[in-house]
Design a protein around this ligand. Structure first.
Ligand SMILES: [Zn+2]
Length: 113
């Protein structure tokens, strides 16, 4: 479960989610949950090798051969990766690669397709 922010109006900790909105049960304030969605810093923009901003759900291709830690497999340059998810950290893309499985990639080694 992710942490919901307190109500911006009254500071209540008992906020809950209603579809895409956050709702405060104490003062009935409702606001959009977008700003707190995903686990990345607010305002942080993750860009690909060409400096294009990436978004959740984008398809990217790998710009260089990437060795997979703990195995002899290599993700070949040009491999397409569908439906990426941006995360916080050194490796800022969470994804699944066909034939490889769940992986974390660095955004500097991919480009948006
Ligand atoms: Zn409130």
């Amino acid at each position: 479960m992710r942490q919901l922010p307190p109500c911006p109006q009254c500071g209540s900790q008992y906020t809950y989610e209603d579809m895409t909105m956050l709702v405060c049960p104490e003062c009935a304030h409702e606001w959009a949950a977008d700003a707190v969605d995903e686990g990345i810093d607010e305002g942080r923009v993750i860009t690909d090798a060409n400096g294009n901003p990436l978004q959740d759900g984008d398809t990217v291709s790998v710009t260089k051969d990437l060795k997979i830690k703990g195995s002899s497999s290599v993700i070949k340059v040009g491999t397409k990766v569908k439906n990426i998810r941006l995360i916080d950290g050194d490796h800022d893309i969470d994804c699944k690669i066909e034939g490889v499985g769940a992986m974390k990639l660095k955004s500097e080694f991919v480009k948006k397709v």
